[in-house]
Design a protein around this ligand. Structure first.
Ligand SMILES: Cc1cc2nc3c(=O)[nH]c(=O)nc-3n(C[C@H](O)[C@H](O)[C@H](O)COP(=O)(O)O)c2cc1C
Ligand SMILES: CCCCC(=O)C(=O)O
Length: 401
């Protein structure tokens, strides 16, 4: 590619060049046929913007407030795992990029920098995403560490009782570089499980096999005594061994009992679940299909946003993620009722291409595109963006009838 990247797709190409194939595939991939993966992006293309003209757009204000935090634009960093696979500075670089652009940083439970490192690296407003482990005590400790380190909310990811089937990862037998470990987990294990304090976490692989003895991970197929790594995705195996597939609605009560932080629930795709989430007392909903990495043939996220927004009736803010690659996508999601969007892969592409600078450039690019979209649509503030600014495919179809 000649010159500097001018859009997210060009950053994706730089990331492809920068990363070992195994990691690039992990970051970009979706589940099974990757039908939903394509639809997440394609469905945005089928929504048309209805611009208004002759509005004074000489001043555009993109800022908004998310759970009481003022932010420069309705954009957050989605929690995504293991940023050190993309860049040696990992989540610290991502958080600094977010801080530089004055947007909120979502930190993954499966991060390769600790909550303490991220907290001390910059002043980004940060939310902490959790998976709930079979070992609830471990998850509780992670929540307390996030709380102690000034995180502003807990994002409970609720669409991952098991990891989706990502076939590239299976083929690649995706594994993690031996210099990298889930630092958050390491520190946590040392802190709360004195019995295994003596263990050396030299490599992630040895971490896996050692921790297996504590029955947190079950990386060994007991019938053949072969590690799963010989068979398929190590990341899937990690999730299978640690994530609590019995997690259900009543557990939100448990989460509320261990933290005062507001809880956002991530992974809602239906009005039924949106209503349950409100009944459970969450502070906000993230409409998400996990970047199409979980259930293939789940709906494209943008196609169900409005259903959820209607069910929620303004009781809590509704956030959106999935397939956002352009400022116009952000505009469309807001027009359909989202308070803000979370950006997953696009940020990783920036990180892989250029570290902190790349994260900053990707977010800035999306902000610039969004600002231009607002101006060309006749919207001066995010509150000016209304449902009448877009037409969905269904509405266009009805018009033709
Ligand atoms: C490589 C990768 C890792 C992810 N890891 C996590 C994670 O650790 N926790 C989580 O809740 N979601 C995770 N997600 C899902 C994102 O938070 C988000 O829902 C998704 O990336 C949004 O779609 P997009 O990538 O098209 O923007 C991950 C997504 C990707 C692509
Ligand atoms: C065990 C790590 C899971 C990270 C994740 O959520 C994803 O890859 O989508």
């Amino acid at each position: 590619m000649a010159g500097e990247p001018v859009n997210v797709n060009e950053f994706q190409e730089l990331a492809r060049q920068a990363l070992p194939k195994m990691y690039y595939d992990y970051y970009t991939g979706g589940a099974e046929d990757q039908h939903t993966l394509k639809e997440n992006v394609e469905s945005f293309r089928r929504i048309i913007i209805r611009p208004r003209i002759l509005v004074d757009v000489s001043k555009i204000d993109m800022s908004t407030t998310i759970l009481g935090h003022k932010t420069s634009a309705p954009i957050m960093i989605a929690p995504t795992a293991m940023h050190k696979l993309a860049h040696h500075e990992g989540e610290v670089a991502t958080a600094r990029g977010a801080a530089a652009c004055d947007v909120i940083m979502g930190l993954s439970y499966m991060s390769t920098c600790t909550v303490e490192e991220v907290a001390s690296s910059c002043n980004a407003v940060r939310f902490f995403q959790i998976y709930v482990y079979k070992r609830r005590d471990i998850t509780a400790l992670m929540v307390h560490r996030a709380e102690k380190n000034g995180f502003g909310a807990i994002i409970l990811t609720a669409d991952t009782p098991r990891l989706g089937r990502r076939e590239a990862d299976i083929k690649n037998k995706v594994d993690v570089d031996s210099r990298i470990s889930f630092n958050n987990c390491d520190a946590r294990i040392h802190a709360i499980t004195p019995k295994i304090k003596f263990l050396e976490y030299q490599t992630l692989r040895s971490c896996f096999s050692q921790v297996m003895q504590t029955e947190m991970f079950m990386l060994t197929d007991r019938s053949t005594n072969k590690t799963l790594q010989d068979k398929g995705s190590n990341i899937e195996a990690l999730a299978a061994g640690t994530f609590d597939a019995s997690l259900c609605w009543k557990d939100i009560e448990w989460l509320k009992s261990i933290t005062k932080l507001p809880i956002l629930i991530k992974g809602i795709l239906t009005s039924e679940d949106a209503i349950k989430a409100i009944e459970a007392g969450v502070a906000g909903i993230i409409v998400s299909n996990h970047g199409a990495r979980q259930l293939d043939y789940a709906p494209a996220t943008i196609s169900v946003l409005e259903e959820v927004v209607h069910a929620v009736q303004g009781k809590v803010p509704v956030f959106y993620d999935g397939g956002v690659r352009r400022g116009t996508d952000i505009f469309k999601a807001l027009a359909l009722g989202a308070k803000a969007v979370l950006i997953g892969r696009a940020v990783i592409y920036g990180l892989a291409a250029k570290g902190e600078l790349g994260v900053k450039q990707v977010i800035q690019m999306l902000k610039d595109e969004f600002e231009l979209t607002m101006a060309l649509s006749g919207c001066c503030s995010v509150d000016d963006i209304t449902r009448s600014h877009v037409k969905t495919e269904k509405e266009r179809f009805i018009c033709r009838m």
